[in-house]
Design a protein around this ligand. Structure first.
Ligand code: AMP
Length: 211
């Protein structure tokens, strides 16, 4: 099963990705996570990526596509994978079309008024990637799933968020039409209810796909 998770920053892609990967046993490939790892390790890719990520801009397509191409050619991706945060531009989608056919594009649609609060209050587990909101943590600093430390992403701040949302509208949202035309899109709405409600709808669709 080759899946793409599409959605604005803060829509809940990472939250759903953790659950999908666990239930359907597919590798979770997050380009954002790959960049953050490279930044932490101060690799040449990390140095380039940081200059864009810190400003809320997209890392250039050539760099991003190469990373994804390398990652999905690994053995653990032979039976499928889930791309979280890739593609984010039409050029990336076209590059992906040249190397593979995806089975489904899950578009997580969310009311934009929720995003600023979701992103700025977001805390992420450094080990498993599970996400939390500060309001519901009650001072807890460890992940309830795996015990890992929770941290706030450097780009999850009000200054960067507006630019990330503008980039989403200009460059990523056109992918909804792109994949709708190909008959691959599955739209699912995420609201203030627990992420399990959204996950239930995604799981129903994936179960049908696997039958
Ligand atoms: P994410 O963790 O998916 O929110 O990604 C964090 C940041 O990494 C984004 O705001 C971009 O700067 C960069 N990034 C992640 N995925 C991509 C992509 N497919 N293309 C370009 N930049 C990306």
């Amino acid at each position: 099963m080759k899946l793409i998770l599409l959605g604005a920053p803060g829509a809940g892609k990472g939250t759903q990705a953790v659950r999908i990967a666990e239930k359907y046993n597919v590798p979770h490939i997050s380009t954002g996570d790959i960049f953050r790892k490279n930044i932490k390790e101060q690799t040449p890719i990390g140095v380039v990526a940081k200059s864009y990520i810190d400003k809320g801009q997209l890392v250039p397509d050539e760099v991003t596509c190469k990373i994804v191409e390398d990652r999905i050619s690994r053995a653990d991706c032979q039976n499928g994978y889930m791309l979280d945060g890739f593609p984010r531009t039409i050029a990336q989608a076209e590059a992906l079309d040249k190397i593979t056919n995806v089975d489904l594009v899950i578009n997580i649609d969310v009311d934009f008024s929720l995003l600023l609060d979701r992103i700025c209050g977001r805390r992420v587990c450094k080990d498993c990637g599970e996400t939390y909101h500060l309001k519901r943590l009650n001072g807890e600093t460890k992940c309830a799933r795996c015990g890992g430390d929770l941290y706030q992403r450097k780009d999850d701040n009000p200054e960067t968020v507006q630019s990330r949302l503008d980039v989403y509208n200009a460059q990523t949202a056109p992918l909804i039409a792109y994949y709708t035309e190909k008959g691959l899109i599955f739209n699912v709405h995420s609201d203030e209810r627990p992420p399990e409600v959204t996950f239930e709808k995604i799981a129903q669709k994936l179960d049908t796909l696997l039958k």
